[in-house]
Design a binder for this molecule. Structure first.
Ligand code: G1P
Ligand code: ZN
Length: 543
């Protein structure tokens, strides 16, 4: 093997965020940029010598080049083996599964998730540990440290390997096994869900529309929904993964999956609609004329998971990120399950799952999943819903209505203010922080503030503390406002404002969330002073 040790210098700003390092693709394509960070990953995990890694990504622009570089660097750093999805493709949940299935030392996943792809859009890279989950903060901190003192990286000098050819290849002394990216994942799904029941429901006439948004889940959804479950060809639309996602913004929410929404709210809508994101870990669930908010989806899954064979014995416990609505808490209470509240980001669920404390986790940002892998999982949520529909023999709207009647409804919405000047967004929050101490007891828009604080999490498993995890203002009736800055953006700052109001029922369960939340929205504007700080009060994206 011919190893080059390349002199380099630290590159400013290689700080992993909520989910790995995300930057503009052009930034990643700069000389030494990718190489420095990959070396920092290997340094942060105590080297690559003798180790096996899973490598793959969501197929976005630069994915193919990056995979070749990573393989050559892994070889030069002494790794013995890499398992790579054919064409360099792996969805994030499939990568997590492969790490666990093959008991590898971790994996490198290339994705900027739901952010657009292309030469002028976004790229990203993250490391997942041997449990299949995203590296915890202690490890990402070491990556940053390593990146900030980087002086050289090692790379094997050789030719590209043919990633389209299944089988074993060599990169220097390292073997590379190119595998079908879908098969193992699809097999795992068959162990969790009642494919026979779903197949029967589809044969009986349930019509499904799955929008893969020209992203990585296309081949997975075609194999599972069409080939294995018998849905008609064409059930999966935008099924071909493209380097620029066909110009789409592969984020499964009502704004970016508008075509799906239009179909589901139009005449002769299918019985069930769903979409997934760039790397396949997010999901959106829609019924005819019925949008299911991710927080509600989590609660419905918690209430019905026992209908799926992999969860027939009940859940170990549930967890949600702090800004996610409390709908799942009500189900947990009714079922006597432990319910944990964690900071934003899937990495915080890993310890709870590894310790056997929870089996179901979710975030308001279209993320739902279980301990079958250590990532959120878009198709898993879709199959769980199909399993529930098949077993209950009810439609999405009926299931939601019954759920709200039983538990009450947590009206919920997230308002995103994008492309803000970072200093101004930070000033808004620090000003808010300064006033929080005086807020309890304050009356605003007819509501009284009960508490105001900044969320701090102490991991119940390893005791690690993560502070500054979001500003929250809670009212006497449990309604709340949460504010935090996004940790996944690549330009400027994004302020996320999360709004929640609980209505116990039986009346008032059927309102438009934006109407039901109007007083909370107005209080959020007033309390944050957003007009003065950022010069606007209307969000860019409402989900
Ligand atoms: C966003 C979501 C968060 C999710 C993350 C990765 O992070 O809000 O729930 O875990 O993407 O998919 P944010 O941009 O808010 O930091
Ligand atoms: Zn994603």
């Amino acid at each position: 093997m011919s190893i080059a040790t390349v002199k380099t210098e630290p590159i400013h700003g290689q700080k992993p965020g909520t989910s790995g390092l995300r930057k503009k693709t052009q930034v990643f394509m700069q000389r030494h940029y990718l190489e420095n960070f990959v070396q920092a990953i290997f340094d942060a995990i105590g080297g690559a010598a003798g180790k096996t890694f899973v490598v793959g990504g969501d197929g976005r622009y630069f994915n193919d080049r990056a995979v070749q570089v990573i393989l050559r660097m892994a070889a030069a750093n002494g790794a013995t083996k890499a398992i790579v999805g054919q064409g360099g493709i792996l969805s994030t949940p499939a990568a997590s599964h492969l790490i666990r299935l093959n008991k590898t030392d971790g994996g490198i996943i290339l994705s900027a998730s739901h952010n657009p792809g292309g030469p002028d859009e976004d790229f990203g890279i993250k490391f997942n540990m041997s449990n299949g989950g995203p590296a915890p903060e202690s490890v990402t901190a070491r990556m940053l440290e390593a990146a900030n003192s980087m002086s050289e990286y090692r790379i094997h000098e050789g030719h590209d390997i043919d990633l389209s050819a299944l089988g074993t290849h060599m990169v220097g002394d390292m073997s590379v096994e190119v595998i079908d990216p879908v098969a193992d994942y699809a097999d795992l799904m068959e162990t969790l869900f009642d494919f026979d029941a779903i197949r029967a429901a589809i044969a009986g006439g349930i019509r499904i529309r799955f929008d893969a948004m020209c992203a990585v889940t296309g081949p997975y959804a075609v194999e599972i929904l069409e080939n294995r479950l018998g849905a008609p060809r064409g059930t999966v639309v935008n099924r071909q993964p493209l380097p620029d996602f066909g110009g789409l913004h592969p984020d499964p929410n009502p704004v970016w999956a508008k075509l799906l929404m239009d179909e589901m709210f139009g005449a002769d809508a299918p019985d069930f609609g769903a979409a997934s994101d760039g790397d396949g870990d997010r999901n959106m669930i829609v019924g005819p004329n019925t949008y299911v908010s991710p927080s509600d989806s989590l609660a419905v899954i918690a209430a019905n998971a026992h209908l799926a064979k992999g969860y027939a014995d009940g859940l170990k416990g549930v967890a949600r990120s702090m800004p996610t609505s409390g709908a799942v808490d009500l189900v947990a209470r009714a079922k006597g399950l432990d319910c944990f509240e964690t900071p934003t980001g899937w990495k915080f669920f890993g310890n709870l799952m590894d310790a056997g404390r929870v089996s179901l986790c979710g975030e308001e940002s279209f993320g739902t999943g279980s301990d079958h892998v250590r990532e959120k999982d878009g198709l898993w949520a879709v199959l769980m819903w199909l399993n529930i529909l098949a077993k209950r023999e009810e439609g999405v709207a009926d299931i939601m209505a019954a759920h709200f009647r039983e538990y009450g409804r947590n009206y919920y919405s997230r308002h995103d203010f994008e492309g803000l000047d970072t200093a101004k967004a930070e000033a808004l929050l620090s000003d808010l922080k300064g006033r929080m101490g005086d807020m309890p007891g304050l009356e605003i828009d007819g509501m009284t503030i009960a508490s105001a604080d900044i969320f701090k999490y102490e991991d119940p498993v390893d005791g690690s503390v993560s502070d500054n995890q979001g500003y929250r203002i809670v009212f006497g009736d449990g309604s709340r406002i949460v504010m935090r800055l996004s940790g996944t953006g690549t330009t400027g700052a994004t302020l996320r404002v999360y709004l929640e109001r609980y209505v116990p029922g039986p009346d008032g369960l059927n309102e438009d969330p934006q109407v039901a939340l109007a007083p909370i929205i107005s209080a959020a504007r007033d309390l944050s002073g957003m007009a003065a700080h950022i010069g606007r009060t209307e969000p860019d994206v409402i989900t």
